[in-house]
Design a protein around this ligand. Structure first.
Ligand code: ADE
Length: 347
């Protein structure tokens, strides 16, 4: 605990010291500024609005909140909206960035009353650091250990009242003590197509891009029901329209650009196709474990688990069984491959 206090475990937000990725810059430019601008996830929005309004009326910080859901669905955006509503800044860090307990102590002791701390990938926080989080969340205090061996002393340090917003793609990996310290848990789901269309329409307006209705539909259809993907595709299509067209995005421009990027009508990308084809051809339709699959398609296990699998499952192209992933009849049909008549007996 004697490490110098160092704000480096902050990723972005008010204390930036790491270069944000392109997607993050784009995300922040397009981030909704108020609840009215936040499209979709209606029930979560209503619930969080009540929690925040009630806390404001009591002049207190809202309870700690846990946001679960696939990447790109707007967990960070919700944290920024909550902070905005409270009139406070957001401090952003993540489980893997908190390598030592001292990293967390540095962040917590540097907070001001009422601030929001966004802890991304909170399932990846290490055990020792996590234990410091418990009293911080519960009683706004830290139990520090000073010195070593028989001379070691504990010291209680009060920290400002804050709201922790934990975000995770894998809530099952959270320990129960951590999960139980959140006042409410919300599961963000894939967006409806009509909401993705509204998001693309809004982003086009903000980025000053002329996008025709037909083109919005095409981009939305290929956006994996995910706002971050929708905004990224919109930007890519704009590149094509500016270089090869007149800057206006119409149906043809959108289809040409997305075709050129090898994104099909269902939003499948080359890595999705490699995964399905590997399950069908190399593993006879499955079941196959994620490790074997990752090495067969030369992808990171984590990116299969976080990016490809949730969407392929949502489409009904793969299913998880206790023995691994299998390709469904729907997947065979989509790829024009005959579904083996005895396939159901094999699993
Ligand atoms: N950008 C990312 N997520 C959004 C949402 N839910 N509403 C509006 N814009 C967004």
């Amino acid at each position: 605990m004697s490490r110098p206090l160092d704000p480096s475990p902050f990723l972005k937000g008010e204390q930036v010291d790491q270069k944000p990725k392109e997607d993050e810059i784009l995300d922040s430019a397009l981030r909704p500024n108020n609840w009215e601008e936040y499209i979709g996830q209606e029930s979560i929005k209503q619930n969080i609005k009540i929690i925040v309004t009630a806390a404001k009326q009591r002049n207190q910080s809202p309870d700690h909140l846990l946001l679960c859901g696939n990447s790109g669905l707007g967990k960070t955006t919700l944290a920024y909206l909550i902070a905005k509503e409270m009139g406070k800044p957001v401090r952003v860090t993540s489980g893997p960035a908190l390598e030592r307990a001292g990293d967390l102590v540095a962040i917590l002791t540097n907070l001001s009353d009422g601030e929001v701390l966004f802890l991304d990938e909170c399932h990846r926080i290490n055990k020792i650091t996590e234990e410091y989080l418990y009293p911080a969340m519960e009683d706004y205090k830290l139990n520090l250990i000073l010195g070593k061996g028989p001379m070691a002393r504990t010291m209680e340090l009060k920290i400002p009242h804050f709201t922790l917003i934990g975000a995770t793609t894998k809530p099952a990996l959270l320990s129960s003590p951590l999960r139980n310290r959140f006042g409410a848990t919300f599961q963000l789901n894939f967006y409806e197509n009509k909401d993705i269309e509204k998001i693309i329409e809004r982003s086009s307006r903000l980025l000053n891009i002329k996008t025709e209705k037909d083109a919005i539909k095409i981009i939305a259809q290929r956006s994996r029901f995910t706002p971050r993907v929708a905004n990224r595709l919109l930007k890519r299509v704009r590149d094509f329209a500016e270089v090869e067209g007149d800057g206006i995005i119409n149906r043809e421009e959108a289809e040409r650009a997305l075709g050129s990027l090898e994104i099909d009508e269902m939003g499948l990308e080359p890595s999705d196709r490699r995964i399905i084809e590997a399950i069908i051809h190399k593993f006879n339709g499955g079941p196959v474990g994620v490790q074997a699959l990752a090495s067969a398609v030369r992808e990171e296990e984590d990116s299969i688990l976080d990016i490809n699998e949730p969407y392929l499952m949502q489409l009904g192209f793969i299913e998880r069984t206790p023995r691994g992933r299998i390709a469904t009849k729907l997947a065979y049909e989509h790829f024009g491959i005959k579904y083996p008549s005895n396939q159901n007996n094999l699993f």
